[in-house]
Design a binder for this molecule. Structure first.
Ligand code: NAD
Length: 331
């Protein structure tokens, strides 16, 4: 079995590489990653020691390069994590989001068709559903909730999903899609809420919180996301979408306060800043469909956030080299 993991040098993709190496030692794993600012080869240092793992630097929207990889490695399964993933960056520079998240996904789908790949899995996000009101805790995103995107990031991800569905309907390409809530855990790039707050707190720098901090996110520990994708690949129905979440809703400000308390730092470090344009209020996943496949999260937010804070405390070398820019030296 040969698995092509795109975006495997990023946060979730790298966690998935380690999950797969451990769970399926006989598989051949290929990682295709463009090593954008969000990709970090140092994250894959241990994986690179394994003969089962091969890293290829390349862009998923580069048709020639992608076809060459399919021609020579003939992957049985493609799991597409590669994406531009930061909402704030999509607001200031949407173009690259269209190129990677839409065109890149299209190129991978074309390659799967051309080379008869057995399966394509699209890793997507609950952000394609837009947001939910703060005063209706009874409302959750299901797989049939209408697409209603807010940011260029989520619009581009939704477009990639629609392409995957269209390739299934039109050409019979065997695809599945997962839409997960916010992830947290090791190797999370320190521009996203949780790692930014932990690293700033560790350095006694101000913790910038958008608006009043009341926005709600539904958090999932990254290893639980990996096991959910694995479950969908092995037991999911072709052509179907699966939402992934674990009912861990927290206000951003409460997450920030938990981090400060755990690190024994004062709340005076919190600095409220001008809200993000179009900022989604609340995300919340209804995971019933994937639960029926037999998947359940194993890490509660209370445990996962402590594990994550510990990881950042013990791995300053990893995030310090990102903050200083040194991690890009060997690209
Ligand atoms: P990330 O930004 O940490 O990593 C993205 C990776 O993709 C990086 O290694 C980057 O170098 C690579 N990449 C970017 N453009 C590329 C291109 N054109 N060709 C090849 N590689 C390219 O992102 P992440 O947080 O790990 O997210 C991974 C996937 O999961 C994304 O598709 C994202 O939409 C989705 N997702 C993320 C979350 C979350 O909370 N982080 C939640 C749900 C879904």
């Amino acid at each position: 079995m040969t698995v092509l993991i795109t975006g495997g040098a990023g946060f979730i993709g790298s966690n998935f590489v380690y999950y797969m190496l451990e769970k399926y030692p006989s598989y051949k794993l290929l990682c295709l990653d463009a090593l954008t600012y969000a990709g970090n080869l140092e994250t894959l240092e241990e994986a690179l020691k394994s003969p089962a793992f091969t890293f290829i630097k390349g862009d998923i929207s580069d048709r020639e390069a992608v076809y060459e990889i399919f021609e020579s490695h003939k992957p049985d399964l493609v799991v597409n994590f590669a994406a531009e993933s930061h909402v704030d960056r999509s607001i200031s520079d949407p173009g690259i989001f269209l190129k990677t998240n839409i065109t890149g996904t299209g190129v991978l789908l074309d390659a799967c068709l051309k080379y008869g790949t057995a399966r394509f899995h699209q890793v997507s996000t609950d952000e394609v559903y837009g947001d939910l009101p703060l005063d209706r805790p009874d409302l959750l995103f299901s797989e049939t909730t209408a697409i209603n995107t807010s940011s260029p990031y989520s619009a581009a991800k939704a477009s990639g999903d629609l392409l995957a569905l269209a390739y299934h309907r039109t050409y019979g390409l065997p695809i599945t899609i997962s839409r997960c809530s916010n992830n947290y855990g090791p190797y999370h790039f320190p521009e996203k809420l949780i790692p930014l707050m932990i690293t700033n707190a560790l350095k006694d720098k101000p913790l910038p919180v958008y608006g009043n901090g009341e926005n709600v996110r539904d958090w999932l520990y990254v290893k639980d996301h990996c096991s959910a994708i694995d479950m969908i690949i092995s037991k999911g129905i072709i052509g179907e979408i699966y939402n992934i979440g674990g009912h861990n809703e927290y206000k951003n400000i409460d997450v920030v306060k938990i981090i400060l308390k755990t690190l024994n730092k004062p709340e005076s470090l919190i600095k409220y800043v001008t809200d993000r344009a179009g900022h989604d209020l609340r995300y919340a996943i209804d995971p019933k469909k994937i639960n029926k496949l037999g998947w359940q999260p194993t890490v509660s937010f209370e445990t996962g956030i402590i594990k994550t804070i510990d990881w950042y405390v013990n791995n300053e070398n990893w995030w310090g080299r990102i903050l200083s820019g040194e991690y890009r030296r060997n690209d």
